[in-house]
Write a protein that binds this ligand. Structure first.
Ligand SMILES: *[C@@H]1O[C@H](CO)[C@@H](O)[C@H](O)[C@H]1NC(C)=O
Ligand SMILES: *[C@@H]1O[C@H](CO)[C@@H](O)[C@H](O)[C@H]1NC(C)=O
Ligand SMILES: *[C@@H]1O[C@H](CO)[C@@H](O)[C@H](O)[C@H]1NC(C)=O
Length: 393
């Protein structure tokens, strides 16, 4: 130990006295990194070479650092525990080559082989190799397609974005398909990832939604040199779509109802997506209790349909009542469809013209029919008289 200190002291003296010679000595004992650049595939092993001159007389440990200055990271030194790192030649005092197992994208960076000379005073002049730039070839992550924050109606142009990350090198191609047919998209945006070791990609496509897109699918296909087959991200367009229902209140047009008969109103809610719908009935603005609750049914088109029936006793009191079918689709504003109940009293109507209903009673008012009946009766009478007379004869 004393010898080491003595040597260091001598060395420092040398540096002070003869700057030229000293600088030369320092140059000679700098760790040698023969690799400028190394490219390695994620998951494989990385070898980083470093040698120091045999006749280096400066004592001190040799370490591997990743990065320099703030944010540097000790990759290997002779004392610590580094599970993924081993020395190629254990115990060598000139070869400090290391191997890093199972390389990850975040291992990318510049690696320095550094000699830390033991000095008497605090400020340590580092002897550092020129650095080896390591890049890690990595496949992109599975692409993810995202749509709008909320559902959009048919006819609207909606952007969809495909993202994938963690890939190296930068070369990536993105293809969009809608139901297996290619659609054009903007150039993908490629940015450096958080750790500066890999790239991220975002590609946007604009689709004008259609009603039938309830059954459509978007595909984002990513190709990269590290992939043997393209990666696909999918998006079901129905996730982005809201097709409002068309509503019809039957009977349409409304027809008058005979007093005390039952009338069935049907609210026909058609062609909507998603299937989330509630139908309520109101009588003169007051909510009614309905026993028959029908569920939305999915049609082959992928759109939903529902029929809600309301049975009403057409008492005279209900004449002129307004019935409303209120549809709330997918938490949107309610959509009201109204009809007015008209009640007719055949008995009373009969006194004043019997024009509306084609029942048996009103038919009797036809003179032609009366004539027909008279003729029929007359003929029958004649036949009876004829038969009677013949019987007596
Ligand atoms: C490495 O980082 C530490 C802490 O940020 C710093 O104190 C040290 O000087 C750095 N070393 C080198 C060689 O840059
Ligand atoms: C209808 O029903 C009510 C109560 O049941 C009865 O009072 C009324 O006479 C009925 N009207 C007709 C036209 O049948
Ligand atoms: C129902 O009201 C209409 C118009 O208000 C009227 O013409 C009709 O006679 C009424 N019917 C009955 C059965 O009262």
């Amino acid at each position: 130990m004393a010898r080491v200190l003595l040597l260091t002291a001598l060395m420092l003296l040398l540096l002070r006295r003869a700057p030229g010679a000293g600088a030369q000595a320092v140059q000679d004992s700098k760790p040698e990194q023969p690799q400028d650049k190394v490219e390695v595939t994620a998951g494989q092993n990385l070898t980083l070479n470093c040698t120091t001159s045999r006749n280096s007389f400066i004592p001190g440990p040799v370490k591997w650092l990743k990065g320099w200055g703030t944010g540097n990271e000790t990759i290997y030194d002779q004392t610590g525990v580094f599970p993924r790192v081993t020395r190629a030649l254990i115990g060598s005092d000139t070869d400090f080559t290391i191997r890093i197992r199972d390389v990850r994208p975040e291992d990318a960076g510049t690696y320095y082989c550094v000699k830390f000379p033991k000095s008497l005073d605090g400020d340590e002049p580092f002897l550092r190799g020129k650095g080896t730039v390591v890049s890690v070839r990595a496949k992109p992550t599975r692409p993810v397609v995202s749509g709008p924050g909320r559902r959009q109606k048919p006819g609207q142009s909606v952007p969809f974005t495909c993202t994938a990350g963690g890939f190296f090198p930068k070369d990536i191609t993105v293809k969009w398909l809608k139901d297996e047919a290619q659609i054009s998209a903007q150039q993908p945006q490629i940015t450096l990832g958080r750790t500066n070791s890999s790239y991220n990609m975002a590609s946007t496509v604009t689709v004008t939604l259609q009603e039938h897109d309830v059954r459509s699918q978007l595909v984002c296909e990513v190709q990269h040199p590290m992939l043997t087959a393209p990666l696909r991200g999918t998006y079901q367009l129905r996730q982005a779509l809201r097709v409002p229902p068309s509503i019809r209140l039957l009977p349409d047009p409304p027809s008058p109802v005979e007093v005390n008969k039952t009338v069935n109103f049907i609210c026909h809610v058609k062609g909507f997506y998603p299937g989330d719908v509630t139908v309520t009935w109101l009588e003169n603005g007051m909510q009614m209790k309905v026993e028959k609750i029908s569920r939305p049914e999915e049609r082959p088109s992928g759109l939903f349909e529902l029929r809600s029936q309301l049975e009403v006793q057409a008492t005279e009191r209900k004449n002129g009542s307004v019935f409303t079918c209120r549809v709330v689709h997918d938490a949107q504003a309610p959509d009201d469809t109204k009809t007015t109940l008209r009640i007719v009293d055949p008995a009373r109507e009969g006194l004043s013209g019997r024009s509306q209903t084609g029942n048996g009673v009103s038919v009797l008012s036809s003179p032609g029919l009366w004539l027909g009946i008279l003729l029929e009766k007359g003929l029958l009478g004649g036949l009876l008289i004829f038969l009677f007379k013949r019987g007596r004869a």
